[in-house]
Ligand binder design. Structure first.
Ligand code: NIG
Ligand code: FE
Length: 408
């Protein structure tokens, strides 16, 4: 692989925790990448241009770590535009789900598809994410809802990950997303996941984590404790969808089992926030979903930060509750809806995302880290969370290769 140099960087936001607000700013900087990693970070002229290097001119713009979207349901087919229209007239997410819509309607489309059709459906979405600077994305299963269809979803992710153009995918098993129509209860499906699905997922190494939707009409805290315990025993990381529509105790469970992350959290209490902080659970603020569902109850991002939690922001990209993969917009909304400081929102889609995925090799620009980088057309890196809906991408580097943008 050729070395790669980014020159003429107006502001480098290393996100290494140093300097004002921890952004680790270096002005008038250069970054050198070699063999897929970051080899040198410094001021202009601090390093000779390596022979044969691919040279990228940042034209005085800002450079940040590649963005990390740590919570998505991006592997789906079909859309639920009709549900969006029904909600606008006053129906709720829960009512639509009870009437057979919601997750189950996406399940029908996913069950009818082959692995190749799933791959073809999600590939353009991954390209759109990369075009906006996302270089690592977590994607959950959860629309197959049978042993075979959940495996099919995870195999589709495996196939995508093998494609050279791909961004990095972290696959999560979310079979406990809804009760399958063939199954008696959430508890009986949980038992089947543990007995039949988990062993296969682990044997084929198809997922790095296991997640559960803890909610009324979905899975109880006891179901989740049993499933996540089994998943953890088999070496998977654990996550929880907690306290999204009502308080169920999912956040407290995440703390009890030291889950890696917990997402949504609209209905947490002060005690929950402290428990999450004490247990070191990374808290995912999913602002697009909150706004998309017209929830008046903002995710208490400020409360989480003040309690000492590590916070990540993610899109939750899915056809029902967040039909957008715009991670920068999610971060902007986390500022206005959830009280994060602008700098914290930027941390939440870089270092915070990396922590939510348990990946120590990214989220920061420093020697030895993965060379995942985003060059934007603005001098101030905060433009990313401030200029909503604008495409600021000038170049994207994934694993040391120029994935988007021009060589100079
Ligand atoms: O994170 N809350 C449950 N799961 C998703 C929604 C999935 C869907 O509606 O398709 C979420 O919001
Ligand atoms: Fe989700």
């Amino acid at each position: 692989m050729q070395p790669l140099v980014i020159e003429n960087i107006g502001t480098l936001a290393t996100m290494d925790g140093t300097g004002p607000h921890g952004l680790g700013l270096v002005h008038d900087a250069v970054v050198v990448c070699a063999a897929g990693g970051i080899d040198h970070v410094g001021a202009r002229g601090s390093c000779a241009r390596p022979a044969g290097a691919v040279v990228v001119d940042a034209h005085g713009g800002a450079v940040l770590p590649g963005l990390i979207d740590c919570h998505t349901h991006a592997l789906f087919l079909g859309d639920r535009c009709d549900e969006f229209a029904r909600r606008a007239r006053g129906e709720t997410y829960a009512q639509i789900a009870q009437a057979g819509g919601g997750i189950r309607s996406t399940m029908k489309a996913v069950r009818a598809a082959s692995v190749d059709e799933l791959v073809d459906g999600v590939r353009p979405r991954l390209r759109r994410m990369r075009a906006r600077g996302v270089t690592t994305v977590e994607i959950k299963s959860g629309y197959g809802l049978s042993v075979d269809d959940e495996l099919k979803m995870l195999r589709a992710l495996r196939q995508l990950q093998g494609e050279e153009e791909s961004i990095h995918i972290e696959p999560t098993l979310l079979a406990a997303h809804a009760i399958p129509p063939e199954e008696e209860t959430a508890t009986s499906w949980t038992t089947r996941i543990i007995a039949e699905l988990l062993p296969q997922v682990v044997a084929e190494n198809l997922a790095t984590a296991c997640d559960v939707f803890v909610e009324q009409g979905a899975f109880s805290v006891d179901d989740a404790r049993r499933l996540l315990g089994a998943a953890s025993d088999r070496g998977l990381k654990t996550r929880v969808h907690a306290e999204q529509l009502s308080w169920q105790g999912g956040a407290r469970l995440a703390a009890e089992i030291s889950a890696l992350s917990a997402g949504h959290l609209e209905h947490i209490t002060d005690d929950d926030a402290r428990a999450l902080a004490d247990a070191g659970v990374v808290c995912e603020v999913l602002s697009l979903a909150q706004v998309f569902l017209k929830s008046q109850r903002a995710i208490p991002g400020r409360k989480l930060k003040d309690a000492g939690c590590v916070v990540a922001v993610a899109t939750d990209f899915n056809p029902g509750t967040a039909m957008s993969c715009d991670l920068a917009l999610a971060a902007g909304l986390a500022v206005t809806q959830s009280g994060l400081f602008a700098e914290e929102a930027l941390q939440a889609i870089t270092t915070g995302g990396a922590q939510a995925l348990g990946l120590q090799d990214r989220g920061v620009i420093a020697r030895g880290k993965r060379a995942d980088l985003l060059v934007i057309d603005a001098v101030n890196p905060l433009a990313l969370v401030y200029r909503w809906g604008e495409d600021l991408t000038r170049a994207v580097v994934v694993g040391g290769r120029l994935a988007l943008g021009q060589m100079s």
